[in-house]
Design a protein around this ligand. Structure first.
Ligand SMILES: [Zn+2]
Length: 452
């Protein structure tokens, strides 16, 4: 059976998204309350009771709930209202204009993630309009501050109002996009995300004249050794359940991947060699898989020196380290300190900047099964796979509280002039109206099937 696309919501969901994009919620400062009020007004006009909760003035999140009978666990439809900055000079349209052009809604947040807010609001309205008899509560929360770490949004709400927002099941951003393969589309469900460990290393030295290098002790030279040491560190390969299933599913869908991925699954310790070979034919895929197999440490900011002829006594570097589910930040910090000690035990100072633990939800749940079944109704023989993202989302706060969280914003690949475009946080971010309808239809069927 093929499920039907809800073409009748096209105008409504498009208009809602355009209006939401026009409310500038660039974070910082965020100013999400205006957007929260807009979402609330739209829902109230259909009889929903909404609450706006502010973690600080103008940092509002909106929550509403459709009551169920209590026979099934509750489900939260989560999204965030803030967006990252956009430089209008670089765009071909006004990033906050909410323009419809060439079959797309253009604007900052169209993909990340006001597009999904629009879909989730539409799903709530449809459940109510159609009088769907829910066996559990369906909660909608559109929150502040995700792009700056979520402490003033999802984390704040979970800490201060858990009774209003917590649910055992959560659908959020992070996955849902289809990957085209030889045998058709494979839809992703984000079940895991890497953790973040941002840290700074300061190298100290003794200043001197640039013309007499051996008289001084150059902090930049010491930092050079630190970068080489951390850069060359061979972290252990770890196949977390999500990545294992991801490789298996892709191998099943694409016969050309069967051989390399079977080898990778059997001998993960040889992953670098296997991925080097794979990158000769599919470089993009190989490099997307590589950081999903181990911890990565990347220098991202460096400061040192003040003048052409002065050997600096200090040099600082910021590192962006990402760890896999199962790895702990405290252990990783211990490891990094050991490596620094091998370079120099006295003249290096480690400072932790920010930590977010990794998280993973099992794919062995009735919600995952429902998602897979619904996708099959829309596209016969499509693949569905759990996926780990290297970046983080608000899902981590809910996974920490025990929720099963899936990143699932159902989308076909956006293809322009024969090429797949990926524009989250990018210039000319946009979502096709086709995908707004598809996303609404799949999410509606998923929620309806899961909750009845
Ligand atoms: Zn986002």
């Amino acid at each position: 059976m093929h499920a039907k696309l809800l073409k009748e919501v096209e105008e409504e969901v498009t208009k809602f998204l355009c209006e939401l994009i026009r409310i500038n919620t660039t974070n910082p400062p965020g100013n999400e309350t205006v957007a929260a009020k807009y979402v609330a007004e739209s829902l109230r006009s259909e009889g929903f009771e909404c609450e706006i909760l502010e973690s600080a003035p103008e940092r509002g999140s909106v929550i509403t709930r459709l009551k169920g009978t209590g026979e099934k666990p509750n489900l939260l439809l989560l999204s965030h209202l803030d967006v990252v900055a956009a430089d209008a000079k670089e765009w071909s349209v006004d990033p906050f204009g909410g323009v419809v052009k060439d079959g797309f809604v253009w604007g900052r947040g169209a993909l990340d993630m006001k597009g999904m807010t629009a879909i989730e609001v539409m799903v709530m309205k449809l459940l109510k309009r159609n009088g769907v008899k829910l066996k559990g509560d369906v909660i909608l929360a559109a929150t502040a501050d995700e792009e700056q770490g979520g402490l003033s949004g999802a984390d704040y709400l979970l800490r201060n109002h858990p009774e209003k927002i917590y649910a055992p099941y959560v659908l959020n951003e992070g996955g849902g996009s289809a990957m085209p393969t030889r045998n058709g589309n494979v839809f992703t469900v984000q079940t895991a995300e890497k953790g973040i460990l941002w840290f700074k290393v300061k190298a100290k030295g003794t200043p001197g004249h640039g013309s007499m290098p051996n008289v001084a002790d150059n902090a930049i030279m010491r930092m050079n050794k630190v970068i080489a040491k951390l850069g060359n560190y061979q972290s252990k390969v770890s196949l977390v359940p999500t990545v294992k299933k991801f490789l298996e599913e892709l191998a099943r869908q694409d016969p050309t991947l069967k051989e390399p991925f079977t080898r990778l699954l059997r001998t993960p310790e040889r992953s670098d060699q296997i991925l080097d070979e794979l990158s000769k034919t599919t470089p993009q895929l190989a490099e997307e898989i590589r950081p999903r197999l181990k911890m990565t440490v990347t220098p991202t900011i460096i400061h040192g020196g003040i003048k052409e002829n002065i050997i600096p006594s200090e040099c600082e570097t910021v590192f962006d380290c990402r760890i896999l589910p199962g790895q702990e930040s405290t252990q990783t910090i211990g490891l990094i300190k050991t490596l620094l000690g091998e370079v120099d035990s006295e003249k290096l100072v480690f400072k932790e900047l920010q930590t977010q633990e990794p998280s993973e939800s099992t794919a062995e749940t009735p919600l995952y099964t429902t998602i897979a079944n619904v996708l099959q109704e829309f596209e016969h023989n499509c693949g569905v796979t759990p996926m780990l993202t290297t970046g983080g989302t608000d899902s981590r706060f809910f996974r920490r509280k025990g929720s099963v969280c899936y990143g699932f914003h159902p989308m076909y690949p956006e293809i322009v002039s024969g090429k797949i475009i990926k524009l989250e946080h990018g210039i000319d971010e946009r979502i096709s109206i086709k995908n707004l309808i598809f996303g609404t239809s799949v999410l509606y069927e998923t929620v309806k099937n899961f909750m009845t």
